[in-house]
Ligand binder design. Structure first.
Ligand code: AMP
Ligand code: MG
Length: 466
């Protein structure tokens, strides 16, 4: 056992003491089936980089079963990397330790940053080698989700014209994830609208944190609206609208700035599936689905602007002031892009600035190649603050809560993985994980973890880890 998430175990109503043991390691390695569990591998299809693949599925994942957490909600518990299933195709069903550690760090960090996500319950090493370009130590992650049903799960049945299965699946998702919709006049349309709403706010949160998922295939999009399938994902250091890290994303389909539009593309695939059961009249069904989809971008834009205003400490103001805020925020992002400012640190330092010019301004303006334009921007920002009723200290407190200091930076993840994979040394992994538990508070002695990579540490490319 490399690590075991006791807090999460408790939240799930599991016996943490019993699982933090040899027995637990056997469970999380897939060697011991816990009492009451009924494991299964799930089938799904998916559009991968826009191309339909009729059969994917849990090729290296196994759903152990479901539990009801202390919050009364249902959670699926899944092993990833535990070996072949009937959906493994030509794969070995295994996972190298590196990507497993990456998923643990990033998904838990996302949770602490307030982003809906699958959680990580445990990591074990397998003791076996996994053969990729070279032999790598094997690992298994146990992850937890409000649902493992993906857009691609619907596509699997819809493509086969199995309308009964599509409605059974929709009923299941409603019961499990959206019980309020049960008994509504048009539950399937309401389901589509719910998923659209959840994804709009999820993607807005990604954008606000500079997070790039990297492989937003329809099989990697959850109907529960949680971030799922951490592969070549990365947080940006220097801000760049067009940023791509994934080694296989040659055309930048999943670039940072494309994420909202790709989400809409994926949701359109979901809408096509649900259109089969929305209405007996095909034309009406398409009309309803289209109307629902048309709400995505406006919803995303509202969520985005709201979040970006919070990051800038700008209060809600209707009408003209709203447009001014949009322009102010857009100009800041342009400025960051032009001078390759560190996205996270720029916002963090902005959170400490007062409503008057001061020597602290330098921490912010210093993020930009030439401080002049950043200083001019600050003056405009302060003009906007002046009209607000919010007390200055309260504003800064609120800003700090949405502008983290510590994010799972790729070069630090890489360093933790290297030590673990190459030397069996997990101390860096644990130290980094501990820092990420508290992303918004300055932690004395942990300055290293807030720093962007030195030139020789920059990671230019990330990998799926399949
Ligand atoms: P992903 O890129 O992780 O979203 O995976 C896409 C598909 O490939 C899913 O159906 C996975 O189950 C499958 N897959 C990825 N890695 C493996 C592996 N090592 N063995 C079997 N199937 C895999
Ligand atoms: Mg996947």
């Amino acid at each position: 056992m490399v690590c075991f998430n006791r807090d999460l175990a408790r939240d799930l109503g599991l016996d943490a003491d019993m699982l933090d043991s040899e027995y637990g390691a056997a469970v999380f390695a897939g060697n011991e089936i816990p009492e009451g569990a009924d494991p299964l591998a799930m089938v799904y299809s998916g559009h991968q980089f826009g191309m339909f693949n009729p059969q994917l599925g849990d090729g290296r994942a196994l759903l152990l079963g479901e539990v009801v957490g202390r919050d009364g909600l249902g959670y699926g518990i899944q092993l990833k990397g535990s070996g072949r299933t009937v959906f493994s195709r030509n794969g070995d069903g295994r996972a190298p330790l590196g990507p497993v550690l990456r998923e643990y760090l990033v998904s838990e960090a996302m949770h602490r940053l307030g982003v809906p996500t699958t959680r990580a319950l445990a990591v074990v090493t397998t003791g076996d080698s996994v053969f990729r370009e070279r032999a790598l130590p094997g690992g298994i992650i146990t992850r937890v989700a409000r649902s493992f049903v993906r857009v691609g799960t619907f596509e699997f049945y819809a493509r086969r014209g199995n309308i009964e299965a599509v409605s059974a699946l929709a009923d299941h998702v409603i019961r499990r994830n959206y019980p309020d919709l049960d008994g509504m006049e048009r539950p399937y349309l309401a389901l589509l609208e719910k998923v659209i709403g959840r994804q709009a706010s999820l993607i807005a949160q990604w954008m606000q944190l500079g997070f790039i998922h990297g492989v937003m295939n329809t099989d990697n999009m959850s109907v529960a609206g949680e971030t799922i399938d951490y592969g070549p994902c990365a947080f940006m250091d220097q801000f760049n609208f067009q940023q791509v890290f994934s080694s296989i994303d040659h055309q930048g389909r999943y670039a940072y700035c494309n994420q909202p539009y790709i989400a809409l593309w994926n949701l359109t695939r979901l809408a096509e599936c649900l259109a089969l059961i929305l209405d007996d009249d095909r034309e009406k069904a398409v009309e309803q689905a289209t109307e629902a989809l048309e709400k995505f971008i406006p919803r995303y834009e509202v969520a985005w602007l709201q979040g970006m205003r919070a990051k800038c400490g700008l209060g809600e103001t209707p009408g003209q002031a709203g447009e001014d805020h949009k322009k102010l925020i857009g100009d800041l992002l342009d400025l960051m892009a032009n001078s390759r400012a560190d996205y996270t640190l720029s916002f963090f330092h902005l959170s400490s600035l007062g409503s008057r010019e001061g020597p602290e301004d330098e921490a912010f303006t210093g993020q930009f190649g030439t401080p002049g334009p950043a200083g001019e921007w600050l003056a405009r920002w302060r003009d906007s603050l002046r009209g607000q009723s919010l007390d200055d200290r309260e504003r800064r407190d609120r800003m700090r809560r949405v502008n983290p200091l510590y994010i799972p930076r790729t070069h630090l993840i890489e360093a933790a993985i290297r030590a673990a994979e190459d030397a069996g040394d997990f101390s860096e992994f644990h130290a980094f994980h501990a820092v990420l538990r508290n992303p918004h508070e300055r932690q004395p002695g942990k300055e290293r973890y807030q720093m962007p990579p030195a030139p020789e540490e920059v990671v230019l490319e990330t990998f799926c880890g399949t």
